[in-house]
Design a protein around this ligand. Sequence first.
Ligand SMILES: Cc1cc2nc3c(=O)[nH]c(=O)nc-3n(C[C@H](O)[C@H](O)[C@H](O)COP(=O)(O)OP(=O)(O)OC[C@H]3O[C@@H](n4cnc5c(N)ncnc54)[C@H](O)[C@@H]3O)c2cc1C
Length: 457
Amino acid sequence: MRRSLLVSNFDPLRPRQRGSRVAAGGNRGRKGNGGRGAGNAGAARPGVGYTAGLQERAAHAQEETMEFRLPPETEAWRQELRAFLKAELPPEFEGDDDFFDNEEQIAFAREFTKKLGARRWFAPAWPEKYGGMGKTAIEQFILNEELAYHRAPSGGRLFTIGITGPTMLVHGTEEQKARYLPKMASGEEWYCQGFSEPGSGSDLASMQTRAVRDGDEYVINGQKIWTSNGHVADRMLLLARTDPDQPKHKGISAFIVDMKSPGITVQGIDNIAYRHDFNQVFFEDVRVPARDLLGGENNGWYVATTTLDFERSNIAAISGARRTVHDLIRWAKERHPGGRPWDKPEVRLKLADLAIKAEVGRLVAFRTAWLQAKGEVPNYEASIGKVWMAMLGIEVANAGVNLLGPYGALQPGSKWAQLRGRVLTSYLLSVSGPIGGGTSEIQKNIIAQRGLGLPRG
Ligand SMILES: Cc1cc2nc3c(=O)[nH]c(=O)nc-3n(C[C@H](O)[C@H](O)[C@H](O)COP(=O)(O)OP(=O)(O)OC[C@H]3O[C@@H](n4cnc5c(N)ncnc54)[C@H](O)[C@@H]3O)c2cc1C
């Protein structure tokens, strides 16, 4: 049987056995234990080799901070992915910021996504018959982590593979799965999420977009807003009201909608960093075949909650923030016109603080992936991760801009910008972290009620 995650017998007081100079002889010949570890009879006592062991460990700290060991085949998968990314991304590739407001960027993202799809690497955890490889959720997690860490173009991965696909696996008919999942997995079709409306965000169930049955079709009228990737997506996972007489959570249905359908108008909205990522989408008598109803009529709320649980368990944001922390650490080790950052105590303390928080975030995300690997749908656990990554995104960006000093406020493109101005962009975008995918207040409500068992407020 395949093991999804192997957690070693980690003991922070125990010297490393593998590759550790302590174990290799730093304490050879010593007897007993004269240090604070009295009572830990037989344990090696830290000596000269102990420092060397720590240095060795610190050298690998950015890749391996704790002795969580993945099975060898999963580690091999990670190495295979890294080799692929090295070969397929241009040298010095620093990411496209995941915005799709430039034709060249879109073309590159499409090509890259199809290359992943051709290897069945876009959705490796899906069953083979739908274009996956039958890998574990942990292996999918490793893929998502590596792609985000290396800032590979996402190609709408979150909305396609992270949200719509898994939701369809839970709620779709066999016919829907066979028709749509393989094209998602091959990277051919990208999805967007049509949930929010001008008057319905946190209170999603108050949505007003209507779907009225007409023979073998539904006719959709209404408006969605903040639709990320709406201008590049091939299809939308849409929520619409099918029965206005039912209580608000009960009269909603979910649909798969072709974005080229007559009657759909997409209008871009520039975000805080002046980039085109989200949109308004208008529906005027848009006809959707009844076979594209997902999860049955008036069952849309169940579909929506499944979707949101998947959305909130996304590792990519943690991985992106963790990469920025590592970039800042590298930056601090170099000399700069303003001096030597590593000399300043406040720089050292801040970087240590961020590194701790980034690793905590990664472990929280691992827990969510582990639940998925057991076949469970993470709920309040995903909310914990979402709150943490939003907070981390803000802290990292804030600290980054401050650490870089005046250079931190320079736009990407400026020849004096440090780290390609990426930290400033993250700083602007971090504002939306606690909003998109459900606000941090809503996540905390979920944690209080479903995680802590507090009565509904
Ligand atoms: C970058 C980004 C991308 C997005 N992409 C998409 C997308 O692709 N598809 C999509 O459908 N939507 C998308 N959204 C929209 C997002 O889901 C909503 O913005 C979010 O759910 C909040 O809704 P709202 O903006 O209407 O705020 P409101 O719901 O009006 O909330 C306003 C404030 O009130 C607080 N509040 C509301 N209700 C409660 C409560 N019960 N308890 C405590 N506090 C409360 C909120 O926390 C918030 O601080 C995106 C948003 C962002 C920022």
